[in-house]
Design a protein around this ligand. Structure first.
Ligand SMILES: C[C@H](O)[C@H](O)[C@H]1CNC2=NC(N)=NC(=O)C2=N1
Length: 97
C-alpha cells in the first residue's frame, strides 16, 4: 500500500472532521462520559484492528482516548489508515436512528 501525498490526505480528511494530519500520521481525540465507556470503545476498536490487521498508536487518560494512525511499512498515511479511521468513527460515534 503506497503512502498518500499531503494533498490526498487533506482531501480525504474533509470527510473526517474529527481527524487532523501532522507528523506523518492522522490523529483524533475522543472524550467519553467515563473510563468504562472509553475502555469499552477501545476493546471494540481492538477487535476491528485485529480484523483489519492494522493497529493504532493510542493512549488513554481516564475518559479520553487519543489515536494516531499511520502505516509503518509505508512510512506515512495510506488508505489502510482511512479504512481503520472509518471503522473507529462507526464505533465511537454511531449514527442515530
Ligand atoms: C506483519 C503485519 O502485517 C504488519 O506488521 C502490520 C500489522 N499492523 C500494522 N499496523 C500499522 N499501523 N502499520 C503497519 O505497517 C502494520 N503492519
Amino acid at each position: 500500500m503506497s503512502k498518500l501525498s499531503e494533498q490526498e490526505i487533506e482531501a480525504k480528511l474533509l470527510r473526517f472532521p474529527d481527524w487532523e494530519y501532522f507528523d506523518n500520521a492522522i490523529h483524533a481525540e475522543f472524550e467519553f462520559d467515563n473510563f468504562k465507556d472509553c475502555f469499552s470503545a477501545m476493546s471494540r476498536i481492538a477487535f476491528e484492528c485485529e480484523a483489519q490487521n492494522h493497529h493504532p498508536n493510542w493512549s488513554n487518560v481516564y475518559n479520553v482516548l487519543s489515536i494516531s494512525l499511520s502505516t509503518h511499512d509505508a512510512g506515512g498515511v495510506t488508505n489502510k489508515d482511512f479504512k481503520l479511521a472509518e471503522a473507529i468513527e462507526m464505533i465511537v460515534e454511531p449514527v442515530e436512528e
